[in-house]
Design a protein around this ligand. Structure first.
Ligand code: GLU
Length: 423
């Protein structure tokens, strides 16, 4: 049986990709059409106008979104991004991916995502605080520890979460540390959260290298994006003995055949704000980085960077998706045909939301775990999820993405069946 999609979307968009992955899984799982229709639409969504008083007294208006895709397994969970191009369809796609990610690694959450169309680099800290607080207060009762728990994403950080927590808490007259995750340590953030996505990615990258028999040969990697996910991934991969030969950011890339000194590069970025101009490597374009002959390519920035136009030139053996949605369905098919193993985002970058869950659990228990406890439990969940997806993929001959999505969709579908349809 094939389910039929009934909602029009822009071809080539992240939402088109997310819906296509869902319809493939629904067809494979033989989901009934009604359940598929429920899963393909967000449960709730909110679009708000966020007026910002600039430091010079003028007012600019930004649009903010929060989409709760699914709540069947628990409260909604997912990051908030500040990026000029954010729109409702992008947030819908990212929210759907959060539902599958949380279900795949078996967290008691649904999926959500939020965004504000703003370029954080063009604003002072005081302006960012005001825009964050206004956005959070516009969302009102939408968010909270048992409703919807935001976290950092592109363009936001621990400080953004602290402002949201304070805004939600002050509005309700109570202190609600479990209302956000990815908070600063001093406010109840979890040890190990800052590097959690990067560590999770490193764990599955090493598993994937080992499944290809490449681990003993000092494998090489290229990392696209040197932000919250990419910088930590480059450092942790290098610490694990992988030669990280290239990294990029939005300004360009650096390359060193023998492997980059990632700590020195991090220091260079701290001082200059970019990887370009780093003395320990040669310059390269960001586009060329994606086409290097490496064992692992880790896109760790944004959606759609591997597409029909460049996928044929990708020479990596393994793609590990640190970003959400970096590979379009067209690129996915091309890479598959060329035998490139793609470790999908909902598995490869799940370390972040896993430690978010640990942070939320610690806040609910009012108890702090040691970093060794956090790391051990993260390793356990990532390794277990990898094994499950990898084994099922070998058994069925379906790709890691198809397999991971089907496992996740089936878990969410099961929750719907168990709860029944109200009324
Ligand atoms: N923004 C991260 C992601 O896309 C983390 C989400 C969270 O921790 O809730 O997975």
């Amino acid at each position: 049986m094939t389910v039929t999609a009934s909602i029009p979307v822009v071809a080539g968009s992240p939402l088109a990709a997310a819906r296509r992955q869902l319809s493939d899984a629904a067809t494979y799982l033989e989901l009934d059409q009604g359940l598929y229709d429920m899963l393909s639409r967000p449960r709730r969504e909110m679009t708000v106008s966020v007026p910002l008083r600039r430091d010079d007294g003028t007012i600019t208006i930004h649009t903010g979104f929060r989409v709760q895709h699914n709540l069947s397994r628990g409260p909604a969970k997912g990051g908030i991004r500040f990026r000029p191009s954010v729109d409702i369809d992008e947030v819908r796609a990212l929210a759907m991916w959060m539902t599958w990610k949380c279900a795949l690694v078996d967290l008691p959450y649904g999926g959500a995502k939020g965004g504000v169309a703003i370029d954080p680099r063009l604003h002072s800290r005081a302006e960012l605080e005001r825009v964050t607080r206004r956005y959070a207060s516009e969302l009102g009762e939408f968010i909270g520890p048992d409703r919807d728990i935001p976290a950092p994403d592109v363009g936001t950080d621990a400080q953004t979460m602290a402002w949201i927590m304070d805004t939600v808490s002050t509005g309700r007259g109570v202190t609600l540390p479990a209302s956000v995750t990815g908070k600063p340590l001093g406010l109840g953030g979890s040890l190990g959260r800052a590097d959690s996505t990067s560590l999770g990615l490193t764990i599955v990258a090493l598993e994937a290298l080992s499944s290809h028999g490449l681990l003993p040969y000092r494998p090489t990697a290229a990392v696209q994006g040197f932000g919250k996910v990419g910088a930590g991934a480059a450092r942790l991969l290098a610490d694990a003995g992988v030669r990280v030969v290239a990294v990029s950011d939005e300004y360009g890339a650096v390359y060193a055949a023998g492997g980059l000194d990632i700590r020195a590069l991090e220091e260079h970025v701290r001082l200059t704000g970019t990887v370009t101009g780093f003395g320990g490597g040669e310059p390269l374009t960001g586009a060329a980085l994606l086409e290097l002959r490496v064992d692992v390519l880790a896109p760790c920035a944004i959606e759609g960077v591997l597409h029909a136009g460049n996928a044929r030139r990708v020479q990596a053996r393994i793609v590990v998706e640190g970003a959400n949605g970096p590979t379009t369905p067209e690129a996915d098919a091309i890479l598959r045909a060329r035998d490139v193993l793609v470790v999908p985002d909902i598995l490869a970058n799940a370390g972040g939301v896993i430690v978010s869950y640990f942070e939320w659990a610690q806040a609910n228990q009012a108890y702090r775990w040691t970093s060794a406890e956090v790391e051990e439990r993260l390793r356990e969940r990532m390794t277990e999820s990898w094994r499950q997806v990898h084994a099922a993929s070998l058994r069925t001959g379906r790709s890691l993405r198809e397999t991971a999505t089907a496992i996740a969709v089936e878990r969410v579908a099961e929750a719907h069946r168990l709860r029944g349809l109200y009324p």
